[in-house]
Design a protein around this ligand. Structure first.
Ligand code: GUN
Length: 299
């Protein structure tokens, strides 16, 4: 079987267009949705993510400002900025790009965020709401994976989904999201991780495999059953002497091998990455709608 490619770039463009419609309606009531992005240090990948997020905000009509802090920033300095942004009514959403430098506790910073502005869905209150089936802000990457499955005609309802990876930002919230008795969910979810004795034995049983463990091309064709749907969350930079830059991006899935066995597969780049940005914009619109007293997202 040769897999259909799930075009995350096109889907994300569609979602950003839908968000832009909601933004326009809100702006007409006098509220401009705003996102504050905080970037600490000079990790090149993080700088690119934040730049792409800001661009996408501008294109969809959201107000966005990036706060760039030095790698030597202390935890107190970052907490002071978060407090300022929590109180700033121009910003309905705050995103602190992770990872943070080692002198700063990510957990302490996440706890300091106003949960009503936590559009990344990482504050324990939002994590708990998601787990209990009352999501407010679903973390953008898991939300993007769910949206990709539904929009590509692979609704996870009734399916067996295996998530490989248990990070707080992807694996755990994705498992919580897809197991809910809700639209676009209702799946039987299994989570594999470094403690799993034989990951392939588990993934071979799956209707849908989501690779989110951060290991380049670790999911190989022999680990996937014929006709499975494969979503690749990984973004890994590997050496490639044939490229001018000397490097290239690959996912956590061995795309060439797996795409001959799967029925559908998301590529890297052009898969989950653009969807994450689109869902962040959607969450920011939702935050602004909530702040304006509009309960239901119009997108
Ligand atoms: N670093 C990698 N992915 C993410 C994300 O979705 N949100 C934040 N804040 N940092 C990240």
């Amino acid at each position: 079987m040769t897999a259909t490619i799930i075009d995350g770039k096109q889907m994300a463009e569609d979602i950003r267009g839908e968000v832009a419609v909601g933004v326009k309606a809100l702006v007409a009531t006098g509220v401009v949705p705003g996102l504050a992005a905080v970037l600490v240090g000079d990790d090149p990948a993080s700088a690119i993510y934040v730049r792409n997020k800001r661009r996408a905000c501008e294109e969809a009509g959201l107000f966005s400002e990036t706060f760039e802090l030095a790698a030597t920033t202390t935890q107190e300095e970052l907490l002071a900025l978060v407090a300022k942004l929590n109180a700033d009514e121009r910003f309905h959403g705050i995103l602190v790009q992770l990872p943070l430098p080692p002198q700063i506790s990510e957990r302490t910073v996440i706890l300091a965020l106003d949960p009503d502005k936590d559009v990344d869905g990482l504050h324990p209150l939002n994590v708990g709401l998601l787990l209990q089936g009352e999501p407010r802000f679903v973390p953008a990457t898991p939300a993007g994976v769910q949206e990709m499955l539904v929009r590509s005609g692979n609704d996870p309802s009734g399916k067996s989904v295996v998530v490989v990876g248990r990070s707080n930002i992807v694996g755990k919230p994705l498992a919580a999201l897809l197991m809910q008795k809700a639209k676009g969910a209702n799946a039987t979810v299994t989570v594999c991780h470094t403690g799993t004795a034989d990951i392939g034995a588990v993934t071979r049983q799956a209707d849908i495999v989501v690779a989110a463990m951060g290991r380049p091309r670790a999911i190989t064709a022999d680990m996937v059953r014929d006709g499975a749907v494969v979503i690749d969350v990984g973004i890994n930079r590997i050496d490639d002497a044939s490229r001018k830059s000397g490097t290239r991006l690959v996912g956590d899935v061995d795309f060439d091998g797996v795409s001959e066995k799967a029925s559908a597969i998301s590529p890297v780049p052009g898969g989950v990455g653009p969807m994450t940005i689109a869902m962040l914009l959607k969450n920011t619109l939702l935050a602004a709608q909530r702040a304006a007293g509009i309960q239901e997202a119009s997108t």
